[in-house]
Design a protein around this ligand. Structure first.
Ligand SMILES: Cc1cc2nc3c(=O)[nH]c(=O)nc-3n(C[C@H](O)[C@H](O)[C@H](O)COP(=O)(O)OP(=O)(O)OC[C@H]3O[C@@H](n4cnc5c(N)ncnc54)[C@H](O)[C@@H]3O)c2cc1C
Length: 371
C-alpha cells in the first residue's frame, strides 16, 4: 500500500510526487488513460506569468524562482542518468511589450522581486520583429514541457513511484484519508489522497462541496519550424506570444475559451493564431505551421491556485486551479503541498492558497450538487 495516492499525473501531480518521495513517502500516481494530452503537455512552458506585475504577490511567490527550481530538478535528473535533459530549459529571456503606466509597474515589479530588466525595442532584440517598445527580462525563459513530462515520469519510476492507468470517478473521504474509485471498479485506500487532476478536479471535488470557483479554459497553439536562434527570447504582447525552442521551433499562442473543455483544434483557432503570428514576426506569414493543437487549462476565478487540505476531510488534499500558470508555478506549488502533507513548516504562508478561502456553495449550487 502507498502512503500517498496522487490522482492526476500532469505537472502538478508529478512534481507533488517528487517532493513527497524526497520526504520518504511512497507514492502511487493514478492517471487517466485519456486519448488527449493534459494541459501540462499542451501548454507553452513560459516560466513567468504573462505580465507578472498584474498578478498578486501570492502568485509571484509561486513563480518568481521557477527557472532555478527547474534547473535544480533537471540537474537531479542528469545525476540520476535520465536521458534527454539537456535541451529542455531555454534561457534567452522574456521580452514584454509594455509602455506608459504599465511599464512603470513592470519596472517596480522587477525591482521588488529582484529580476534583472532592460528597456529594449523588439526590433533591437530581434531583427524583423515589429511589435515596438518594451522590456527584456534576461534571466527568465521557457521550458519544453512535453520533454519535461517524459523526463519526470522516467525519474519518478526510478525513484519507485508507481503509476496506474486509471480514470478515477470518485474520491470518497473516510475517517482517515480516502477511498479512490476508478470507472473500471478498481479501488485504492490511503491515509493521504492528493487531487491534482487539472480541469477534471472540479468534478472529483464536487461531492466534497468545496465551492471552488474552477472551470475549464481551452487554449490552442501553433508550432512553426524555423532556423535556430532566429527568435532569441519569448516575445510577449497583449495579443499573444512567440516561444522559441532550442531546435528552432517557434510556438505561437494562444487562444482562450472559458468554459470549453473540448480538446480538438479548430479552424477559427488556427486563423486567429496565424494572424497573430504574422503580426508578431512577418516572416511567419509566409510559413506553414507544422503542428496545431489544443489543451484545457484548469481555470480558476482568482489568480492563484488552491493548495492544501480539503475542508471537512482528514487526509484529502488538493492542488488545483493553476489556470494559465501551472508550468511556472508547479515546482513551488508542489513544495508547499508536500510540506502541508508532512506537517513541515511551509516555505511561504499557506493561507492565501487555502481551500477554506473559497466561498461555500450557495444554497442553489448545493442543491444542484445534491441532485
Ligand atoms: C495552450 C496553453 C498554453 C499554456 N501556456 C502556459 C505557459 O506558458 N506557462 C505556464 O506556466 N502554464 C501554461 N499553461 C497552463 C498549464 O499548462 C496548466 O496550468 C498546467 O499544465 C496544469 O497542470 P495540472 O497538472 O494541474 O493539470 P493537467 O496538466 O491537465 O494534468 C491533469 C492530469 O490529471 C489526469 N486526469 C484527469 N482526470 C482524471 C481522472 N478522472 N482520473 C485520473 N486522472 C485524471 C489527466 O490525464 C492529466 O494527466 C498553458 C495551458 C494551455 C492549454
Amino acid at each position: 500500500m502507498s502512503d500517498v495516492l496522487v490522482v492526476g499525473g500532469g505537472i502538478v501531480g508529478l512534481l507533488g510526487a517528487l517532493e513527497l518521495t524526497r520526504r520518504g513517502r511512497k507514492v502511487t500516481i493514478l492517471d487517466a488513460p485519456v486519448p488527449y494530452p493534459p494541459a501540462s503537455w499542451a501548454g507553452g512552458g513560459i516560466l513567468s506569468p504573462l505580465y507578472a506585475w498584474r498578478y498578486s504577490d501570492a502568485m509571484n511567490r509561486l513563480s518568481v524562482d521557477a527557472f532555478s527550481r527547474y534547473q535544480q530538478i533537471l540537474d537531479e535528473c542528469v545525476a540520476a542518468e535520465i536521458p534527454g535533459c539537456n535541451a529542455v530549459l531555454h534561457g534567452g529571456g522574456l521580452w514584454v511589450k509594455t509602455a506608459g503606466e504599465d511599464a512603470v509597474r513592470a519596472h517596480q515589479w522587477a525591482e521588488r522581486w529582484r529580476v534583472p530588466v532592460r528597456a529594449m525595442s523588439a526590433g533591437n532584440l530581434m531583427p524583423g520583429a515589429t511589435v515596438g517598445a518594451g522590456f527584456l527580462f534576461p534571466s527568465l525563459g521557457n521550458i519544453r514541457n512535453p520533454s519535461l513530462l517524459k523526463i519526470l515520469r522516467t525519474y519518478l519510476q526510478k525513484l519507485e513511484v508507481r503509476f496506474e492507468l486509471a480514470e478515477v470517478n470518485q474520491v470518497l473521504p473516510s475517517v482517515y484519508g480516502g477511498r479512490v474509485v476508478a470507472t473500471d471498479g478498481r479501488q485504492w485506500q490511503s491515509d493521504t489522497v492528493v487531487i491534482s487532476a487539472g480541469h477534471a478536479a472540479a468534478e472529483l471535488l464536487s461531492s466534497m462541496k468545496t465551492g471552488l470557483p474552477l472551470f475549464p479554459a481551452k487554449g490552442e497553439m501553433l508550432l512553426y519550424r524555423m532556423k535556430p536562434d532566429k527568435v532569441p527570447a519569448v516575445m510577449l504582447t497583449e495579443r499573444g506570444y512567440m516561444i522559441p525552442r532550442q531546435d528552432g521551433s517557434v510556438l505561437v499562442g494562444s487562444t482562450l475559451r472559458k468554459g470549453d473543455n473540448t480538446t480538438y483544434p479548430t479552424v477559427a483557432g488556427r486563423y486567429q493564431l496565424e494572424r497573430l503570428a504574422a503580426g508578431l514576426w512577418p516572416e511567419l506569414a509566409s510559413s506553414t505551421p507544422a503542428f496545431h493543437w489544443a489543451g484545457v487549462r484548469p481555470g480558476c476565478k482568482r489568480d492563484i491556485p488552491f493548495i492544501g487540505p480539503v475542508p471537512g476531510t482528514h487526509g484529502i488534499f488538493a492542488a488545483v486551479g493553476h489556470y494559465r500558470n501551472g508550468l511556472v508555478s508547479a515546482p513551488a506549488s508542489a513544495e508547499l503541498l508536500a510540506q502541508l502533507i508532512t506537517g513541515e513548516q511551509p516555505f511561504i504562508d499557506p493561507e492565501p492558497y487555502s481551500l477554506s478561502l473559497a466561498s461555500p456553495p450557495s444554497r442553489s449550487s448545493s442543491s444542484f450538487f445534491n441532485r
